[in-house]
Design a protein. Structure first.
Length: 376
């Protein structure tokens, strides 16, 4: 076993000791420099470490003396490394040079990160886009507009691969040619929001999927709030697009504030509960109101590129020339069939047939009143 692998396996062993969490583990390694030395230390030596009292020291010593428990922990640790290898994943520790600097600077950074795909050389140009799992059409359009501009201005897009805003942000980043990072609240093998594997393989090719949870960990509710600190911790700033008062995006916003990150929010209707949280953030001066991507770039002291205002160019090889003409005639807002006919010069009956075909191909959806909208 290589020295690096042995060190990583040792960290996973220490994380299994009762009452030894990530913060104490960091403190122990900073003093003893290796998991083996931690396990070989006496109670008095352990108690010299800040944050380690009698009960924690006793827990470590008793664990080290319990050969059965220690052997089981070592087996579990090595199994995690084997699973990572089978997935083509890496296990990044906070002591690795490639560990993201911004994340390392937060109050409670994860000791270990399981990573599928690749993290780009350390950069501060990461930006988080998060929001409700059930966005309105307004919210979807906001995600598209802001994410495309951020991506085209050199930002990696960070989100949580949840349904709704998160998934849309990853999609737009990829279609804009940008890298994107998905932070999970479960094991990197439990991508429950993408059962048909249409999105996460592309994220791994053009970014990374990562989690502090061990491989095999199910998406338990308790894991997601702490996951959100990683989303904000990786990022220079956070954009909230639609969230109720108790939405997970609000948790991310609060973590971002604690981490001294810039927080931005897209305002929404006062009659929509999906904008209660974002509007409250703006009202309470916890987030900066943004009406355009340029508002974010200006706050970050960046000049927008010539492509900043453009929507992502999405290839549609399955469309005929006529279908493309009809598709391009549909605005970001719901568009009535008469307006589409006027714009294209086609008969309404012909447009209707083409729209049905576009709907079958999942490029548009029909709304009440013969309105149609693009599927983002």
């Amino acid at each position: 076993m290589s020295q690096e692998r042995a060190f990583t396996a040792g960290l996973l062993v220490l994380l299994q000791i009762p009452n030894v969490g990530a913060a104490r583990l960091r403190a122990l390694i900073s003093v003893f420099h290796s998991p083996e030395r931690v396990l070989a230390s006496s109670p008095s030596e352990l108690m010299r470490v800040e944050g380690v009292g009698d009960s924690i020291a006793s827990s470590v010593v008793n664990f080290a003396k319990n050969k059965t428990a220690l052997q089981l922990a070592e087996t579990k640790a090595n199994h995690q490394l084997e699973l990572a290898e089978k997935l083509g994943a890496t296990l990044l520790t906070i002591w690795d040079d490639t560990y993201p600097t911004l994340l390392k600077q937060i109050y409670d950074p994860p000791v270990c990160l399981f990573v599928r795909g690749s993290l780009a050389p350390d950069t501060h140009n990461r930006f988080a886009v998060v929001g409700t799992r059930y966005p309105t059409e307004y919210g979807k359009n906001a995600v598209k507009k802001f994410t495309a501009a951020l991506a085209q201005n050199g930002f990696e897009i960070v989100s949580g691969l949840a349904y709704g805003v998160d998934t849309a942000a990853h999609h737009v980043a990829l279609e804009s040619g940008a890298r994107t990072i998905a932070v999970l609240g479960c094991g990197i093998d439990k991508i429950y929001t993408d059962p048909k594997a249409k999105l996460y393989p592309r994220i791994m090719e053009q970014g990374a999927i990562l989690s502090e949870e061990w491989i095999g960990t199910e998406p338990l509710a308790d894991n997601f709030p702490k996951r959100n600190r990683i989303i904000s911790g990786l990022s220079k700033g956070v954009l909230i697009v639609e969230s109720d008062f108790k939405g997970g995006a609000l948790i991310t916003a609060n973590y971002a504030i604690e981490q001294n990150r810039d927080v931005f929010a897209v305002p929404g209707s006062i009659f929509s509960h999906k904008s209660n949280g974002t509007n409250a953030l703006i009202r309470d001066s916890k987030a900066k109101l943004v009406l355009s991507p340029e508002d974010i770039l200006s706050e970050l002291k960046l000049s927008p590129t010539n492509k900043a205002a453009a929507a992502p160019v999405i290839a549609r090889p399955d469309l005929s020339d006529t279908e493309s003409i009809v598709y391009d005639a549909i605005n970001d807002e719901p568009t009535h069939i008469d307006a589409i006919a006027d714009s294209t010069g086609l008969e309404v009956s012909d447009v209707l047939v083409i729209l049905f075909e576009l709907e079958f191909k999942a490029h548009v959806r029909q709304l009440p009143g013969k309105f149609f909208q693009k599927v983002i």
